[in-house]
Design a protein around this ligand. Structure first.
Ligand code: FES
Ligand code: FES
Length: 136
């Protein structure tokens, strides 16, 4: 099986590799694993005061397709609201990267990582908002 040009491009020049400060209240961190292969993907988003994702980072311990999928979604989530980010489907990722059927689960990992990062961000803010409510 050979990788598509887009997978190779993201694999060889991954975008937004690294980490954001997980303790930062404006950062949501999603960590997901694929039971099928044991690959692990960490995706982080940084949300500005207007509720827009302004930065994203990833670290993926996995195959080329998983790395390409996570690199791609760090580009796609930027400039989106959380709800818009949640609309990114693995099928769109798989189509963009021309993933073969055996690699579809790699794109599902990226979709799951977005969901987990958004959920983590929202969790943090429910707590913070409840705290503020108690103060006022
Ligand atoms: Fe499992 Fe790619 S082979 S994430
Ligand atoms: Fe502690 Fe408001 S700062 S209750």
């Amino acid at each position: 099986m050979s990788y598509s040009d887009k997978v190779l491009d993201h694999y060889e020049n991954p975008r937004n590799v690294g980490a954001l400060e997980a303790g930062d209240a404006s950062v949501g961190t999603g960590m997901v694993g694929a039971p099928a292969c044991g690959d692990v993907m960490k995706l982080q988003i940084k949300v500005n005061a207007d509720g827009i994702i302004e930065e994203a980072r990833f670290k993926t311990y996995g195959c080329g397709s998983a790395i390409a999928s996570s690199s791609l979604v760090t580009e796609w989530v930027k400039g989106k609201t959380l709800d818009q980010a949640l609309e990114i489907k693995n099928t769109a990722i798989a189509e963009e990267l021309a993933l073969p059927p055996v690699k579809i689960h790699c794109s599902i990992l990226a979709e799951d990582a977005i969901k987990a990062a958004v959920a983590d961000y929202r969790n943090k803010h429910e707590v913070v908002d409840a705290g503020y409510a108690a103060c006022n």
